[in-house]
Design a protein around this ligand. Structure first.
Ligand code: P6P
Length: 334
């Protein structure tokens, strides 16, 4: 049987990728792994204990917070606060960023932006959900984190990743030197390397658009949605629509099978629905490192200069040639 490599072993092996890192990033990635295992336990029994349903309040997005959203948010915050590597966080579930004042963390080298449980409204119907995170070096020189630490371009990410709580639980991350996926082995409670050096197929036949919004798509996107339905064996059309409405699950599948994901500007979400800091940038980093493209339809997502913590941007990302076709139609018709 081939030697299983655990997440922690892999992180330590790759530590030399960061000659100036003194192990803090390694510990931080490991802390994320531990927190996600705790959350995974809760998700797996969500139908059995009273943690389903709404927490009775709303987050800044005006979205009803699920009990598990709040649980997951607290678990990650506690993990980051106690680790000492992070001086503050920004998460979907908190209106403002959270600077850590405790002595062991206030001077931490990194900040983390994260969505603790993306797609959590799917939990009640047993559909995959995910955690999404980005790690940045702090810009401010000392003391608790400042707003400037969080409003960095996606190109400044030191690491990014996601956890998908699905038929199995996987942690997928990049530090800018490729993408690697780890599957949680419940028998030993360890993430084990299962998808080394993930590369998105350049082509595919799966498109992930919520076509319920078709009538308010731009003309270019409408033309693309029409094009994919035409019969043309030479280009594998008609394509298949695969839309889970859980960003992590849709993008994870497209990374493995080839596909294109799009949440554009719509009438209901004129700037798109997905958030730049803790959904689009981390997923863009992963997709680009896997050989794909991540754009708003008009600019590279990771080049956008953030202006506020919870800003939304249109998102179009996935297999290089498929995104290229969508861009071709946007440029031709919009
Ligand atoms: P819609 C989940 O709520 C989420 O934030 C993403 O995970 C997902 O891609 C999107 O919203 C789905 O939105 O409007 O298609 O239901």
């Amino acid at each position: 049987m081939s030697q299983v490599k655990t997440l922690n072993e892999f992180i330590l092996d790759k530590q030399h990728d960061f000659p100036f890192a003194s192990g803090e990033l390694s510990r931080l990635l490991s802390d994320i792994g531990v927190a996600s295992k705790i959350i995974n336990q809760e998700i797996n029994k969500a139908g059995l204990v009273n943690i389903l349903g709404a927490a009775g309040n709303e987050n800044i997005q005006g979205e009803e917070q699920q009990l598990l959203d709040v649980f997951a948010d607290n678990k990650f915050i506690n993990a980051f606060r106690s680790g000492g590597e992070v001086c503050g966080i920004a998460s979907e579930e908190n209106d403002d960023f959270l600077p850590f004042e405790n002595e062991s963390s206030r001077n931490g080298k990194y900040v983390v932006t994260f969505d603790p449980l993306d797609g959590s409204s799917n939990i009640d119907v047993n559909v995959s959900v995910g955690t999404i995170f980005s790690i940045y070096r702090r810009i401010s020189t000392e003391g608790p984190a400042q707003l400037e630490d969080f409003l960095q371009k996606g190109t400044e990410q030191v690491a990014a990743g996601y956890v998908i709580y699905g038929s199995s639980t996987m942690l997928v991350y990049t530090t800018g030197k490729g993408v690697n996926g780890f599957t949680l082995d419940p028998g030993i409670g360890e993430y084990c390397l299962s998808h080394p050096n993930m590369k998105a197929p350049e082509d595919g036949r799966l498109y992930s658009f919520n076509e319920g919004n078709y009538n308010t798509f731009s003309t270019g996107l409408q033309k693309y949605c029409d094009w994919v339905k035409e019969e043309d064996a030479s280009t594998g059309r008609p394509y298949s629509c695969r839309y889970i409405a859980s960003m992590v699950a849709d993008i994870h599948r497209n990374l493995i099978k080839g596909g294109v994901f799009c949440y554009p500007a719509t009438a209901g979400s004129p700037n798109g629905k997905l958030r730049l800091l803790y959904e689009c940038n981390p997923m863009a980093f992963i997709v680009e490192q896997a050989g794909g493209i991540a754009t708003t339809g008009h600019e590279r997502i990771m080049e956008i200069q953030p202006t506020e913590l919870h800003q939304r941007v249109p998102a179009l990302m996935g297999s290089k040639n498929m995104v290229g076709k969508v861009l071709e139609m946007i440029n031709q018709y919009d």
